[in-house]
Design a protein around this ligand. Structure first.
Ligand SMILES: [Zn+2]
Length: 82
């Protein structure tokens, strides 16, 4: 995995929560446009977040995020065909 991807994934949550500075958001958006893997992760995360919001639960268990994060990392690790 490229270092760029590491950073993009690191910032995904903050990106979705709109907690980043505009310059960082811009960089991540740029990366997502060029990197299908990170885009997949982003779409997954944002869909999950939207669903959690729909359920009216503002504070999902950290365990859930940890598990999802592990899944994404696994996926990325087993998907190095580029
Ligand atoms: Zn990437």
């Amino acid at each position: 995995m490229k270092a760029e991807c590491d950073h993009a994934v690191d910032y995904l949550y903050q990106y979705i929560d709109q907690e980043l500075t505009w310059s960082r958001r811009l960089r991540i958006r740029w990366h997502l446009q060029r990197c299908g893997r990170c885009l997949d992760a982003y779409e997954f995360e944002s869909r999950l977040k939207a669903r959690i919001k729909q359920c009216g639960n503002d504070q999902p268990p950290q365990e859930l995020f940890d598990r999802i994060r592990a899944l994404i990392e696994q996926e990325a690790a087993g998907n190095q065909d580029g």
